[in-house]
Write a protein that binds this ligand. Structure first.
Ligand code: ATP
Ligand code: MG
Length: 552
């Protein structure tokens, strides 16, 4: 499979998945069908993106199909907001389920019927033990479990009781339907697992029609079989459940034979992905919604300004394996930069401004300078205004600099990007000693474009023209959590995760549209926030800085 890497969603998928699929394709020539089965109880995060890339990517690669299936068998937690956001996120990532959008809850009738079939075949029984008793009798890794006293009920009695369970005769927890497998199995999942429970809970799709609901380990293989899934790709925690998956497939009255294949979850360093944790942050107002740009949700990453190609490339480069590992966040940043570098125009923005006065430049004069939009020439040039008063970064001036400081310091010359060489002559301070203005003189002979070669300068700094600069809010981010051994999950919120500064930017940036992306010279890649920006009033989010802190 030498062209696996041509599928950008897939990358080096881990040969075990390709081996398995090729093995199966050898036997039957029909196309593969995979599925992405989110539970609609939260927004998708980057771990889900990994699963999406894998399932849709495999289908694409083998010329098959991938279903989107909402796994909504659990009655209590679903919400249409989640159903909609999940579809939006998958589309944004660049995948299409066509007309194959399914809801597991639409199979409840069929699941019931197939469970009746199991009872008729002597493979399931109604059990009166409560949850504690079932647990107590389940045994351990060392000891076999004990058989339920209800295990040998007649088929007729089981059919009658199961029907009455369905009809609402019993209270929650009073009875269950259990598969009759093997209480002595070394795999605890095979010890007569519960496959239906009673729950008098309204379901978002089926209302009060049902008061019994299938358990995941029964429902999932049935859903896969009903949809004709050929490869059911899931994460490693289901490896021990595979014998049960296969048992259900083997014993229900359906011909389809889906195959479960497990891979290791994506974990990102210093990133908490669990939906419960994310939901708590959102519901307690600690972040600005599920799409807060600091979150690793797909919608948060999107709002921050990351392009979908970067996520797909990231998932592809991370690859797929069976061994758990933690991927460095810096690897995601790297993929984002790789994607943005060739595509974003480079503009100038000063995030922490101090005024620079060019004392020998004529007052009341503004000239228009040509600057290139991108080091690759194809983006052309633009005009930017230059006059006697500019803004530069506060950190680009030091009165008493350390060694190897190649920016402005009294007596030293630097290049102002796209403009002139200027020599620093001093500064003005307020009563507390803070620098309020920096002074310099310029050399007209060094104008950018004249190819001045008589002397060289070591530093080039960015600037914006003070009288015409636009002042815009810019959000700068740090990681949302920092390590904290004393806290329950090893992390606490980073109180510096969001800093908003008022930056001075080139005047044309005031007209930037929602979602537009730029490189701000030396400061990183930025996008216009889609939630809080208005026409003529953009709010910028830093997507990623320019340099990697990756030490891996
Ligand atoms: P969470 O624990 O974060 O809430 P989940 O597994 O409960 O996630 P589901 O909606 O059940 O969320 O997941 C849908 C699919 O996404 C499943 O097939 C699951 O295996 C996969 N998935 C979830 N998290 C990850 C991850 N970190 N890496 C890869 N796949 C994942
Ligand atoms: Mg889940």
């Amino acid at each position: 499979m030498e062209d696996i890497n041509k599928n950008s969603a897939l990358g080096e998928t881990g040969n075990f998945i390709h081996e398995a699929i090729k093995e199966d394709l050898g036997e039957h020539t029909e196309k593969i069908i995979t599925r992405f089965p989110p539970e609609p109880n939260g927004y998708l995060h980057i771990g889900h993106a990994k699963s999406i890339c894998l399932n849709f990517g495999l289908a694409e690669y083998y010329g098959g199909k991938c279903n989107l299936r909402f796994d909504d068998t659990n009655p209590s937690k679903e919400d249409t907001e989640y159903v909609e956001s999940i579809q939006e996120d998958i589309k944004w990532l660049g995948f299409d389920w066509g007309d194959r959008l399914f809801y597991a809850s639409s199979y409840f009738d069929k699941m019931y019927e197939l469970a009746v079939g199991l009872i008729e075949d002597g493979l399931a029984f109604v059990c009166d033990l409560n949850a504690d008793e079932v647990r107590d009798m389940r045994g351990s890794l060392k000891e076999p479990g004990k058989e339920s006293p209800y295990r040998n009920r007649s088929v007729e009695e089981n059919l009658d009781l199961f029907r009455r369970m369905k009809e609402g005769e019993f209270a929650d927890g009073e009875k269950t339907l259990r598969a009759k497998i093997d209480m002595a199995s070394p795999n605890i999942n095979m010890r007569d697992p519960v496959i239906y429970r009673i729950s008098h809970t309204t379901h978002h799709a089926t209302g009060d029609k049902w008061c019994i609901y299938p358990m995941y380990d029964y429902a999932h293989p049935v859903e896969d079989a009903l949809e004709g899934i050929t490869h059911s790709i899931c994460t490693m925690e289901f490896e021990d459940h595979r014998p049960l998956y296969d048992w259900v497939i083997e014993n229900i009255r359906l011909d389809a034979k889906p195959r479960q294949i497990e891979f290791a979850k994506l974990n990102l360093s210093d990133t908490i992905m669990g939906k419960r944790y994310l939901r708590n942050l959102v519901e307690t107002g600690q972040v600005d919604g599920w799409d807060d740009p600091r979150l690793c949700t797909v919608s948060g990453i999107r709002r921050r300004g990351c392009p979908p190609e970067a996520i797909r490339n990231f998932c592809a480069t991370v690859g797929v394996s069976k061994a758990n590992s933690v991927v460095d966040l810096a690897q995601l940043d790297f993929c984002i930069r790789e994607e943005l570098q060739p595509k974003c125009p480079v503009m100038m923005a000063v995030l922490d401004p101090v005024k620079l006065v060019i004392t020998n430049y004529p007052e009341d004069t503004t000239e228009e300078l040509d600057v290139e939009n991108h080091p690759g020439e194809e983006m052309g040039k633009r005009k930017i205004p230059f006059s006697r008063e500019l803004y530069i970064e506060r950190s680009d001036f030091m009165e008493e600099p350390p060694k190897k400081y190649f920016r402005l310091t009294p007596g030293k010359e630097v290049r102002l990007k796209g403009a002139y060489f200027v020599t620093c002559t001093g500064c003005k301070k307020d009563d507390e000693g803070n620098v309020v203005e920096v002074y310099a003189t310029y050399d007209p002979a060094t104008k950018s474009g004249l190819n001045f070669t008589e002397r060289k300068v070591k530093g080039t700094i960015h600037w914006v023209n003070a009288p015409t600069a636009a002042c815009v809010p810019v959000n700068l981010y740090e990681n949302l959590v920092v390590r904290d051994e004393t806290s329950e999950n090893g992390y606490r919120l980073n109180e510096n995760s969001l800093t908003t500064v008022n930056a001075y930017v080139e005047p044309s940036l005031a007209q930037a549209e929602k979602g537009e992306r730029f490189q701000f010279m030396r400061n990183g890649y930025f996008a216009v926030d889609t939630k809080h920006s208005e026409k003529g009033k953009p709010v910028f989010n830093r997507i990623v800085s320019l340099k990697s802190s990756f030490k891996g």
